[in-house]
Design a protein around this ligand. Structure first.
Ligand code: NDP
Length: 249
């Protein structure tokens, strides 16, 4: 649970990929801070499981199956929104890792379509549905340290995540006058279901590369999202916040 004392009472967030992993923790943190959340996720199983886990927040949370790569799917989800949106967290993402020589056109297209075009689809369709009364409209994009520094085996992912940063800075310039701030978070190594399946030696080797000597938690990312979404962060715009324990110093 987040120790930060931000209140999102009477505010609503849309969290893409919000049914599992980092997105689930972001959803939970908003709910615990009194906000309403619409979870947009592709995975039917994850949506069902999140619905059960969040049963105690049932009046504050809406679940919609959405494919962010499909404009029509986003438009349909926007029509179904239970609340006007104050905060959008573009978190949905996938990896299809291979060295450049082995990477297929499909690997490239899947990752760009989800991690970059998906952000455009969601932000574009949702931007008209933001709460016009809100003086603190927020867009928070989940990038990656890989988008800043590249990574072996992730040409597609690094390009998409670097693209997210370019989009964040541009939207920060374009939408600032309309009451938005637009920022990105660049997570480092974060412990999720995926890392739980890795051998202990691999995890120890990853942690050893991080100056604070541990992997990040999903709460580390959710806490940063809460801050950037808060009224207190209203003068932060177009920033990329690395949440990586100093991995890329
Ligand atoms: P997860 O795979 O745990 O969760 C991502 C969610 O997004 C899944 O539920 C997934 O559904 C959903 N999703 C995928 N494609 C789509 C789509 N087309 N439309 C809607 N939803 C979709 O990922 P993480 O929690 O690990 O990562 C969250 C974000 O953080 C991503 O953007 C990732 O790139 C970024 N990140 C993660 C790091 C980490 O160490 N975990 C490090 C740096 C950045 P499904 O299961 O069906 O694919």
């Amino acid at each position: 649970m987040s120790n930060l004392q931000f209140s999102f009472k009477n505010k609503s967030a849309v969290v893409t990929g919000g049914a599992q992993g980092i997105g689930f923790q972001i959803t939970l943190s908003f709910l615990q801070a009194g906000g309403n959340v619409t979870v947009w996720d592709y995975s039917e199983a994850a949506l069902e499981s999140a619905k059960k886990e969040l049963a105690s927040f049932k009046d504050q949370v809406q679940f919609t199956q959405v494919d962010v790569t499909q404009k029509d799917s986003c438009e349909k989800a926007v029509q179904a929104l239970a609340w006007p949106c104050d905060v959008l967290v573009n978190n949905a993402g996938i990896t299809r890792d291979k060295s450049f020589g082995k990477m297929t056109f499909e690997d490239w297209n899947d990752v760009i379509n989800t991690n970059l075009t998906g952000l455009f689809n969601v932000t574009k369709t949702l931007s008209e549905k933001f709460n016009t009364a809100s003086a603190h409209k927020r867009i928070i994009n989940i990038s990656s340290v890989v988008g800043l520094y590249g990574n072996f085996g992730q040409t597609n992912y690094a390009a998409a995540k670097a693209g997210v940063i370019g989009m964040t800075k541009t939207l920060g310039k374009e939408l600032g006058r309309k009451g938005f701030t637009v920022n990105a978070i660049a997570p480092g190594f974060i412990a999720t279901a995926m890392t739980q399946a890795m051998p202990k030696e691999t995890l120890d080797a990853m942690a050893a590369k991080v100056p604070v000597a541990r992997l990040g938690s999903t709460s580390d990312i959710a806490n940063a999202v809460m801050f950037l979404a808060s009224e207190q962060a209203s003068y932060i715009n177009g920033a990329v916040l690395s949440v990586d324990g100093g991995l890329v110093i």
